[in-house]
Ligand binder design. Structure first.
Ligand code: NAP
Length: 488
């Protein structure tokens, strides 16, 4: 039984363009609670016309916003951070209802928003230029200026933070934004935009358009007024947007898929490593681009490691995120089918299911998209699960015997986002972290996403970085000014 019944708080359901909440021209779309299958609300939808209006609004707002007295801009940004903090319970509840993750995790995500907002508010004061030694009577200056109008497209898995992680640095830099959130999770976006309005963010600085992805995506990429596109989502869509942006030569940031290796050497403390793995793997029920997806364990400790891991996975509880559970449902039926297909392929090629492996359909699970926490062994490079991103509660185990070979296997991926290695040998930690072809490496920890530090991938995991001073830089242009003084 679902123990906690909580209703969706009062919330807007419209597009937000030029500081006004307004209906879109297309049919409204239902938002579904993935734990219960129930409709939460219907949300307005717009297409090309609304996106173009939003771009125009952002274009008109840009000179005023980028030219605003810096201390005023910073004050508004901090005010947004404060309002997010004041509304943390409301924002978390909305997220759990539309996305499914446990309330405690949803709150954790909102906490990250607060850090991102305040970090970027302060970073706005540190957009430093440069002077370069020049010939006598000349001055070489490098200036950083806001890029202009930004198009932003975000996914459903971190439906609030993926938005704040883009909009906070963009508006801190002085840019203006048109956002298209994921269709499954528009409410977390709306709830943040309500706070933008309350904080006094001027009309047109941040605009919100929900609607058909390809139509809005095309309007954003084809517009010459949009000077920067920032996208988080699948590699497939990211590549398409990259191509589409070619004709208008936009700056572009792509935060795409991942397939993180998690390497456990024989000198790693087993219990601590198991705990770190289980915590990271089941965060958001495995629906994270940074989720450990290929677990390489040194043969000599594999049996002991697997036993402890089994016991830890058995303790993972599944249910409605409003209750006190470790994991909620998956986002939709397609997500379950993808996992089933990967498991069927792995089983056929010799993998052994140690725990789980099935969808959950009885009783309270009947109407949601639930899946058993799953542990599989004997995974190898013949199987799709070794190469395809796994977006669910599945831990695949792979044995290894030597350092060179495990590095080679870990790098045998088109993805290059997060990676993890556990060892007490500093020499090895240094060697492995250098050799991993990944944008982020966790050595004896999994905390690769921090407001202060660059987040992003190599290879097919994307381009550019979010967070830290790298994040705001993505929304700045570099201008060189050479002045001469006519002095003889
Ligand atoms: P997705 O299908 O690529 O969707 C992401 C966003 O793109 C959604 O807003 C979606 O809209 C939109 N979209 C889809 N097709 C589009 C098109 N043709 N033109 C323009 N926009 C389009 O990805 P997802 O399934 O939501 O998210 C999961 C993926 O995101 C995973 O691969 C995960 O690894 C990745 N991810 C990466 C990071 C990172 O920082 N690297 C972080 C989180 C997630 P609709 O919702 O309307 O389809």
């Amino acid at each position: 039984m679902i123990k906690t019944q909580k209703k969706l708080p009062e919330i807007q359901s419209k597009l937000y363009i030029n500081g006004e909440w307004r209906e879109g021209s297309l049919d409204a779309k239902a938002v579904i609670n993935p734990a219960t299958g129930e409709q939460l609300i219907e949300v307005s939808q717009g297409g090309k016309a609304e996106t173009e209006e939003a771009i125009q609004a952002a274009k008109e707002a840009f000179p005023k916003w980028s030219g605003m007295e810096l201390s005023e801009r910073v004050k508004i940004l901090h005010r947004i951070g404060d309002l997010i903090e004041e509304n943390i319970d409301r924002l978390a509840l909305i997220m759990t209802l539309e996305q499914g993750k446990p309330l405690s995790e949803a709150k954790g995500e909102i906490q990250t928003n607060i850090s991102n907002m305040h970090w970027n508010a302060e970073e706005a004061r540190r957009v430093y230029g440069e002077t370069i030694p020049a010939p006598n009577n000349h001055k070489y200056e490098v200036k950083k200026q806001a890029v202009g109008v930004v198009g932003a497209i975000t996914p459903w898995n971190f439906p609030s933070n993926m938005i704040v992680r883009k909009i906070a640095p963009a508006i801190s830099a002085g840019a203006t934004v048109v956002l298209k959130p994921a269709t499954n999770t528009p409410l977390s976006a709306i709830a943040i935009f309500e706070l933008f309005e309350e904080a006094g963010l001027p009309a047109g600085v941040a605009n919100l358009v929900m609607g058909p992805a390809s139509e809005i995506g095309k309007a954003l990429t084809e517009s010459d007024d949009v000077r920067k596109l920032t996208f988080t989502g699948s590699t497939e869509v990211g590549k398409q947007l990259y191509k589409q942006s070619g004709d208008t030569l936009k700056k572009i940031s792509l935060e795409l898929g991942g397939h993180a290796p998690f390497i456990v050497f024989e000198d790693a403390p087993i219990e601590k490593t198991v705990n770190a793995l289980v915590q990271m793997k089941f965060r958001n029920n495995g629906q994270a681009c940074t989720a450990p997806n290929r677990i390489f364990v040194e043969e000599s400790i594999k049996e002991e490691f697997t036993e402890q891991l089994k016991e830890a996975v058995k303790k993972v509880t599944v249910g409605n995120g409003l209750d006190d559970v470790t994991v909620g449902p998956l986002i939709d039926e397609a997500a379950r089918e993808n996992i089933e297909a990967q498991l069927a392929d792995a089983k056929e090629k010799g993998a052994e299911i140690l725990l789980g492996g099935e969808r959950l359909t009885d009783g309270e699970y009947a109407k949601g998209f639930f899946f058993e926490p799953t542990l599989i062994d004997q995974v190898d490079q013949k199987m799709n699960i070794f190469y395809e991103e796994t977006f669910g509660p599945v831990i695949p185990l792979i044995a290894f015997n030597d350092e060179e070979h495990v590095i080679e296997m870990a790098n045998d991926s088109t993805f290059g986002l997060a990676s993890y290695t556990f060892t007490q040998d500093l020499r090895r930690a240094e060697k492995v972290s250098r050799a991993l072809e990944y944008g982020m490496v966790g050595v004896n920890n999994t905390g690769v996403s921090q407001a202060e530090a660059p987040f992003g991938g190599m290879k097919h995991s994307g381009l550019g970085r979010e967070n830290g001073h790298y994040g705001i830089n993505e929304f700045l242009e570099t201008k060189f000014v050479h002045t001469s003084y006519f002095i003889d």
